[in-house]
Design a protein around this ligand. Structure first.
Ligand code: FES
Length: 74
């Protein structure tokens, strides 16, 4: 189905994460984290957003960017 919202060709940071939402917001209850370390995506390329899946490596190589995840320790 068509996205309800569109992104300008220039100035957009999110290529395809949940484009049907006006604003992508996630929240985490820190006390409910199960793993000692959780990586959250900040490059907007992860296939498992909001979790990091390593896609930032490909993005950085392709663009010269230097983005990486937010690591949250339990
Ligand atoms: Fe986006 Fe790792 S996949 S920061």
């Amino acid at each position: 189905s068509a996205a309800a919202f569109t992104v300008r060709a220039e100035g957009g940071i999110n290529p395809d994460v949940r484009k049907n939402e006006e604003k992508v917001v996630d929240s985490v209850v820190a006390s409910e984290l199960t793993k000692p370390l959780t990586a959250y995506c900040r490059c907007w390329r992860s296939g498992t957003f909001p979790l990091c899946d390593g896609s930032h490596v490909k993005h950085n190589k392709a663009t010269g960017d230097n983005v990486g995840p937010l690591l949250v320790k339990k």
